[in-house]
Design a protein around this ligand. Structure first.
Ligand code: MN
Length: 204
């Protein structure tokens, strides 16, 4: 097998129209094919710039290069996680069982309390960013992250198991400025089976 040295856009595990009415076909298509693709392209072009500078032993502005690289890789990895924790309309949402259900109740008391905290984290991101449910590998506690851009406020080494993109590009076609409506809609299309598999993998 050839060694993987660059990023690629992952295929969705559902059709572009499968999240309707919560996310429209137009919104999902542009989000995946244009916005996510731009982060893949951006990350790869910086990796190629690094390769070239190393071959030619040329100078690089490391501060700006690494800042840009982190932003694009963060964008790519978070979008990849996001598509993976969504399910077709009618097949997702509800109250999770399994390990994820147990861990949520243990940490937050009730699923409703978790939902409220996560939604508030998503609704209050300043500008562009994400809400993410993660697991601290030292305390083994689920912790909500409020990520700004794609990479600010990320806890190093925490395992991210569920994300919600609240960049305007994620919802503006469908919900205009009403981010809260998009956040409410998200709960109908969470793939809890996928989130459960991620927490089992993280915690063993
Ligand atoms: Mn996005």
């Amino acid at each position: 097998m050839e060694e993987v040295r660059l990023y690629s856009l992952p295929k969705l595990k559902y059709g572009y129209g499968d999240l309707v009415p919560h996310i429209s076909e137009e919104q999902l298509t542009i989000h995946h094919d244009k916005h996510h693709q731009a982060y893949v392209t951006g990350a790869n072009s910086i990796l190629e710039k690094l390769d070239k500078a190393r071959r030619e032993n040329a100078e690089l502005d490391m501060k700006s290069t690494l800042k840009e690289l982190c932003f694009h890789i963060g964008g790519h990895l978070l979008h990849s996680k996001f598509w993976g924790n969504l399910a077709p309309a009618g097949k997702g949402g509800g109250t999770p069982g399994g390990r994820i259900g147990d861990e949520i109740v243990k940490e937050f008391g009730t699923f409703d309390r978790f939902k409220k905290e996560f939604s508030q984290a998503a609704n209050s991101v300043e500008g562009s960013g994400w809400a993410a449910l993660s697991v601290c590998m030292q305390t083994r506690r689920p912790i909500i992250m409020q990520i700004e851009k794609h990479n600010v406020n990320v806890y190093p080494s925490f395992k991210i198991i569920m994300v919600l993109d609240v960049w305007e590009h994620a919802y503006y076609i469908d919900y205009r400025n009403l981010r809260g409506k998009f956040v409410d809609a998200f709960w109908n299309i969470v793939d809890w089976g996928a989130v459960d598999a991620r927490i089992v993998k993280a915690l063993g």
